[in-house]
Design a protein around this ligand. Structure first.
Ligand code: NAD
Length: 446
């Protein structure tokens, strides 16, 4: 029998059960990311005096979309993939948030990440809500052609569940500007419209050649550096000559490392999905970034010695930037860290237990909702430029981002001081106050 055209299930389970990845969530430590986010929501709602009905509405996503779609692989077989799009809230504007391609991704993660996008956009004062989605598979396991077909079929399956005024995806772990270019092209060619250019804003984080903005590629790292600078100013902490350890050297991590190096911060230890490396003299972040762009990981980069994950967390430094995945800093890692500040490039990198230890040890945390909000902020600038058919200069994007990050930092600082709480709850508090005002003014239909 010729089975070249038969549909074979992908290696992933076909249920939407939480899948426990070997690298991320060892079975003994089942991590329920969405519950963690819900707990912060409950605590911050109490602090900020958010009406109970608003808290309840925000405790669940508005929609959870799951699609299954076949893709022709290079060997002629068809593989069935499972894709997600969680639309958490849109009272402030279209759903907005990244698409993640990762083998450990789960419905629970996407729900947590979508909710965090709602808080992030509200905190930054953007006219967006929160969404997140992606596919549970490892994009490194497929060829470029297969990756293009997986992306295109996924966005085709989502159809009119996304749109420039409805739900606007962007890159996240395992996706990039190229992914967004395929998504844009698929959307423009399948959602019939007279004015195709009006559809450009359906995704952000696109290459500049197809309507992306200058400054988006580095935006999340740049925003993180503004947050770190604000923290350093308040704490009279001179960044020059300080040491950084960094987990995750993708879009967020690599740009953060390069931009921090401009402030005199030297990267002494770095890790990604292939392992951890140390250089007491400091890595050249710019050259490492070029190397990773060519080779796909930090593995094999000369000038570094291999260390274990445990050793990495114990390296003496001043700053730690987690920029990989959630739930990376538990109790053990928090006890091991020898830094003054953890600046969360990743979403949810510290477990609540890990965070408790950091707080007890006097290590400051710049929380994800603030520290990595530069990405969605510049995505908003991209969307506005698409709507107005404008092209802003890099200086204009950079200036606006710097002001937006500093304003947000000050709002969070003020909330933390007046409510005597940490920065994470303050981020939630500022965001929830804005969301609650919208709900109270509009009231609940009908
Ligand atoms: P990316 O795919 O560009 O990079 C991810 C990095 O994490 C890679 O270096 C990868 O090797 C590493 N990694 C993966 N699994 C790992 C593991 N088990 N241990 C150690 N390292 C591992 O992704 P990104 O866009 O840089 O996103 C990183 C984090 O930042 C995510 O939490 C994402 O949600 C968050 N974030 C991204 C953006 C953005 O604009 N891209 C914006 C806000 C927040």
């Amino acid at each position: 029998m010729n089975d070249r055209n038969s549909v074979v299930p992908s290696s992933q389970p076909s249920t939407d059960d939480r899948v426990i990845g070997a690298t991320k969530h060892p079975p003994a430590e089942r991590y329920e990311f969405f519950k963690v986010v819900q707990r912060y929501l409950d605590q911050a709602s109490k602090l900020a005096g958010i009406p109970e009905h608003v808290r309840v509405i925000l405790s669940q996503p508005k929609a959870e979309i799951i699609v299954h779609f076949p893709v022709r692989m290079d060997n002629g077989e068809y593989r069935l993939f499972k894709g997600y799009r969680i639309q958490h809230n849109n009272i402030l504007g279209p759903y907005k948030g990244g698409m993640r391609f990762h083998e450990d991704a789960s419905l629970d993660d996407f729900k947590a990440l979508a909710a965090m996008m709602t808080w992030k956009c509200a905190l930054m004062g953007l006219p967006f809500g929160g969404g997140k989605g992606g596919i549970k598979f490892n994009p490194r396991d497929v060829s470029r052609g297969e990756l293009s077909r997986v992306t295109r079929r996924f966005f085709h399956s989502l159809g009119s569940n996304i749109g420039p005024d409805y739900d606007i995806p962007a890159p996240d772990v395992g996706t990039n500007a190229q992914t967004m270019a395929w998504a844009l092209d698929t959307y423009m060619n399948t959602v019939g419209t007279v004015s195709k250019t009006a559809m450009q804003g359906v995704v952000t984080g696109k290459p500049v050649s197809v309507g992306g903005t200058l400054g988006r590629e580095k935006a999340t790292g740049q925003g993180l550096v503004h947050a770190v600078r604000n923290w350093a100013e308040r704490n009279k902490f001179d960044l020059s000559g300080k040491k950084l350890i960094l987990q995750g050297f993708g879009n967020v991590g690599s740009n953060a490392a390069v931009l921090l190096s401009h402030l005199g911060v030297s990267l002494v230890a770095v890790g990604d999905h292939t392992g951890y490396f140390y250089n007491s003299e400091g890595f050249n972040s710019y050259r490492l970034k070029q190397y990773v762009e060519q080779h796909g990981s930090v593995q094999g980069y000369p000038n570094g010695s291999k260390i274990s994950r445990e050793e990495f967390f114990g390296v003496a430094a001043d700053l730690f930037v987690p920029a990989a995945l959630e739930n990376q800093v538990g109790v053990q890692e928090a006890e091991a860290l020898q830094v003054r500040l953890v600046a969360e490039g990743a979403n949810g990198p510290c477990s609540p237990e890990g965070e408790e230890v950091l707080r007890r040890r006097g290590i400051d945390i710049l929380p994800d909702v603030l520290a990595n909000a530069g990405g969605v902020t510049v995505s908003y600038y991209e969307w506005v430029q698409n709507k107005r058919s404008e092209n802003w200069t890099l200086e204009e994007v950079d200036d606006r981002l710097e002001r937006a990050m500093t304003d947000a930092y000050e709002r969070v600082e003020h909330f933390a001081e007046t409510h005597h709480c940490d920065f994470r709850l303050a981020c939630y508090g500022v965001a929830l106050e804005r969301l609650a005002r919208a709900y109270v003014d509009r009231e609940i239909f009908p």
